[in-house]
Design a protein. Structure first.
Length: 184
C-alpha cells in the first residue's frame, strides 16, 4: 500500500479546490476521509488513536497519532502526524514539526510499517525569510534535520534527538500554499 502516494494525491485535490481545508482539524478529517476511500478493506482509518492502544507501555514524545491506518488481523500499521499552523510563531511551530518527526521515529521503533510527518502551510515565512540559521535552517535553507534539536523559544528547555536524517522539500500547490511529506 502506498500511503505516501495517497497523501500527494490528496494535496492535488486540495490544489485543484476539490477539497477545502481551512485549519488543522479539517486537514485531519478530510485526509482521513480521503484515505478511507483509498485503503482496501479490512484496513481501518482512525483519528487521534492513542499509541497505547497498540503498545500499552509505550512512552513517546506524544501520545495520540493524528491518523492511523491498520489491519485489525495483523501488524500492518501506518501513522500520520499533521501540522497546519495558522498563527505565526514560526520557531515554535517549527519545533513542533520536529517533535512530530521524533514521535514518528518512536512509533516506527514500535513496529509500525511506515510513518509520515506532513505539514501544510499558507504562510511563506515557514519556508522563506531572512533568518536562515538555527531551527529556521531546516525549513528555509534545506539543512538536514538530525541529532539534537533544541526548543528555540521560551523558558522551558526542551530538545529532541532525531535519529534519522531528513530534508524538508516544500512542494508548491496552485493556491500559493506549500506542503511537505516526510516518510519516517
Amino acid at each position: 500500500m502506498n500511503i505516501e502516494e495517497y497523501i500527494h494525491e490528496f494535496f492535488s485535490e486540495v490544489s485543484s479546490n476539490k477539497v477545502d481545508i481551512y485549519n488543522e482539524f479539517s486537514l485531519q478529517h478530510e485526509l482521513g476521509i480521503f484515505l478511507r476511500n483509498k485503503v482496501p478493506n479490512p484496513y481501518k482509518v482512525e483519528f487521534e488513536r492513542n499509541i497505547r492502544f497498540f503498545h500499552p507501555n509505550a512512552k513517546c514524545a506524544k501520545s495520540e497519532i493524528d491518523i492511523v491506518i491498520y489491519h485489525p488481523d495483523n501488524h500492518m500499521r501506518y501513522a500520520i502526524e499533521l501540522k497546519y499552523p495558522k498563527n505565526g510563531q514560526y520557531p515554535e511551530s517549527m519545533f513542533h514539526f520536529v517533535k512530530d518527526i521524533k514521535f514518528m521515529e518512536q512509533v516506527k521503533d514500535l513496529g509500525f510499517c511506515e510513518n509520515f510527518a506532513v505539514t501544510y502551510v499558507e504562510d511563506n515565512l515557514f519556508y522563506s525569510g531572512s533568518k536562515r540559521d538555527g531551527i529556521y535552517g531546516f525549513f528555509r535553507n534545506g539543512e538536514l534535520i538530525h541529532g539534537e534539536v533544541n526548543k528555540p523559544t521560551g523558558r522551558k528547555k526542551e530538545s529532541h534527538i532525531i535519529e534519522g536524517t531528513y530534508k524538508i522539500e516544500w512542494l508548491p500547490l496552485e493556491n500559493d500554499s506549500k506542503y511537505y511529506v516526510l516518510s519516517i
